[in-house]
Write a protein that binds this ligand. Structure first.
Ligand code: GLY
Length: 374
């Protein structure tokens, strides 16, 4: 491979990074076949430390679908189908709130590539399974931790419910998806556009009780990745529903991200944490880049749209340097360095994380011409 030149034009570096990403994914599935890692430990994918929850099984196959479409290489297509089939049964999984992550990245990409209704049926089923999490009193989709808990992360998974509702003509499912977004907007998004990680409700009455966190610094602080789930997820909710309130919320979340992040575009784990333990949470930046590309394509105002697109490019300009891209770090098994999974539990801190890899690849793909609305 040609030596990585951090001063080369952005598109040149992005193309080189995508080639490098293919090398890393190929090595991962060769070294650890049929294995779905979440995060590295000192740069290595296999380590036996706890997962906390199982939400990342679509991201490996999702990268393969992107590689297959970009390169036309049949071997990537075969691997993408194989890794998608390995998670097919998850369409019925009622234990997690993450079936959007799992199926949008894999089976939905498979459907987009094939137009095969039998493939789409798995995506629809996953959306219907997600709908079972709805609490009628509180009007939210419950998180995996407890019935009284709603996570900001679920905004990235509610899209698959909108999709299933539209495909099946199920008005009640559509209502649940929409009400979840409105509840999240009301109780988890604050007046300044920042977000809480979690809302706690009275399960019987539906009364909202308080904001809380698992992965952020404090209950009333601003966990960066949660913010990016919101800015991307509310954009998707607008795209699939046409409800302007969701676009407005996505923009407010995006504006908070820009206002509070250093000019290089990569936030710490939590903006409120005094003297953050580490300066970077790169996976939040990768998600934000992809979410900003989507927002830029959704927004009618050309000036704002151009600003969001420029910001996505700024983030990638930073991530496409050897500080973040592991291209000059051969012993490191991941693609993107400096991600954080769960700082409080000390899981995956300053490591490569599987969703960071996926959204980085997705953002690079968009930068190089893939449709920004995926
Ligand atoms: N549990 C999803 C996340 O760590 O962002």
């Amino acid at each position: 491979m040609t030596r990585f030149d951090p001063t080369a034009p952005l598109e040149t570096r992005a193309a080189q990074a995508l080639t490098f990403a293919q090398t890393r994914v190929r090595a991962l599935i060769t070294t650890y076949p049929d294995y779905f890692p979440l995060y590295t430990e000192e740069g290595k994918w296999q380590h036996g430390r706890e997962a906390w929850t199982n939400w990342c099984e679509g991201f490996l196959g999702g990268m393969m679908w992107i590689f297959a479409r970009r390169t036309g290489d049949q071997s990537w297509r075969d691997r993408a189908e194989y890794y998608s089939r390995l998670i097919e049964d998850r369409q019925h999984d009622t234990d997690v709130h993450d079936l959007g992550f799992v199926f949008w990245s894999t089976w939905k990409r498979w459907f987009d590539a094939s137009g095969d209704a039998a493939i789409e049926a798995r995506v629809v089923q996953a959306g219907q399974t997600m709908g079972l999490r709805f609490n009628e009193e509180g009007k939210y989709l419950r998180s995996f931790v407890a019935p009284d808990s709603c996570f900001i992360d679920i905004m990235m998974n509610v899209g698959i419910i909108f999709h299933a509702a539209k495909k099946t003509g199920d008005g009640d499912l559509l209502r649940k998806a929409s009400e979840h977004c409105l509840t999240t907007r009301r109780y988890l998004v604050r007046g300044d556009g920042s977000t809480a990680h979690e809302g706690i409700f009275n399960v019987q009455s539906g009364e909202f009780l308080r904001q809380s966190t698992h992965q952020g610094w404090r209950d009333d602080s601003s966990w960066a990745r949660g913010q990016t789930w919101a800015l991307y997820g509310f954009g998707t909710a607008y795209r699939l529903s046409g409800d302007e309130r969701f676009l407005d919320t996505a923009q407010r979340c995006a504006d908070f991200y820009v206002a509070r992040t250093p000019s290089h575009g990569v936030p710490p784990n939590d903006w409120e944490e005094p003297s953050p333990r580490l300066p970077y949470e790169s996976s939040a930046a990768a998600i934000a880049a992809s979410g900003f590309f989507q927002l830029a394509a959704l927004i009618p105002d050309p000036e704002r749209s151009a600003r969001y697109e420029a910001y996505a490019r700024t983030i990638l300009d930073t991530l496409l340097t050897p500080e973040f891209l592991a291209i000059d770090t051969p012993e490191w098994e991941g693609i993107l360095k400096h991600g954080i999974y769960h700082q409080r539990k000390d899981l995956g801190v300053d490591e490569s994380v599987m969703w960071g890899e996926y959204f980085f690849v997705e953002a690079l793909d968009k930068l190089l011409g893939a449709p920004p609305l995926s």
